[in-house]
Design a protein around this ligand. Structure first.
Ligand SMILES: C[S@@+](CC[C@H](N)C(=O)[O-])C[C@H]1O[C@@H](n2cnc3c(N)ncnc32)[C@H](O)[C@@H]1O
Length: 238
């Protein structure tokens, strides 16, 4: 069982309240339209509380939202038309190929070393057919350097009080987010660790896995990524 995204699941939507998931989903949809993709089957890795799934699933015949954290998947309680599966994105096996695969909003940054990253891409490849497209974004060092300060925060969500402490270890390229969540009778702690790979590492691991980078955008645009980008949006094919 994943020790993370258990207690945080109950405050996650509050933490992300400034994120426009509708707009984010439209951006992903635009990339798929641009590439003439078929809106048949899709699988999302690290779907979390399923905000992207919620927006995109209605465009597809079949949409599978997956996450390692059951608590995150269960947090989404609205009536939906997608399937939820609790599984590890490095090992998930489905007896099916998907036209579209997605990992959104830093999910890939939970791959903590090159082996995990390449294993993940190898797994993605096993779920693709020759025309499938895999969309993922990666948080880059500029994002950690620019935005860490505002991630040091405290708040209340209903009866829960929380503290988030965010720290970027520049030497080891690791971003830490430590949460303390206090309810009336318990204190929960979670330490989230994310690897901030240089862009080049993604290109290398994608190639090692036998996949190809079709596009790499400065996220939320159709401009090429560069070393000023805070987030990269990859479009990967087989
Ligand atoms: C930053 S959240 C993003 C959630 C969601 N994609 C969104 O847009 O809000 C990262 C998600 O990745 C999931 N995750 C981390 N490691 C994972 C793994 N090995 N397999 C599957 N999901 C994982 C976490 O449980 C969490 O829900």
């Amino acid at each position: 069982m994943n020790p993370n995204y258990r207690a945080v699941a109950s405050i996650y939507d509050h933490l992300m309240k400034s994120i426009d998931y509708k707009e984010w989903s439209e951006y992903l949809q635009d990339i798929l339209i641009e590439r003439d993709c078929k809106f048949t089957s899709a699988l999302e890795f690290g779907a979390g509380t399923c905000k992207i799934s919620e927006n995109l699933s209605r465009k597809f015949t079949l949409f599978v939202a997956t996450d390692l954290s059951l608590d995150m998947l269960l947090e989404n309680k609205i009536q939906h038309n997608f399937v939820k599966v609790c599984c590890d994105m490095k090992k998930s096996s489905f007896n099916k190929k998907f036209e579209v695969l997605i990992a959104a909003f830093d999910t890939i940054n939970y791959m903590l070393n090159r082996t995990e990253l390449t294993d993940f891409f190898v797994n993605v490849k096993s779920l693709m057919n020759k025309n499938s497209v895999f969309l993922f974004d990666a948080s880059l060092e500029k994002n950690s350097l620019k935005n860490t300060k505002r991630l040091n925060r405290k708040g209340k969500v209903g009866e829960l009080a929380y503290t988030q402490k965010s720290f970027y270890d520049k030497e080891n390229k690791i971003h830490y987010n430590n949460f303390e969540i206090i309810s009336s009778n318990s204190v929960f702690e979670e330490k989230h660790v994310q690897k901030i790979f240089p862009l080049e590492q993604y290109f290398e691991s994608i190639e090692d896995a036998g996949l190809v980078v079709l596009d790499c955008f400065d996220c939320f645009s159709f401009e090429d990524v560069d070393h000023q980008s805070e987030r990269a949006q990859f479009v990967v094919g087989k």
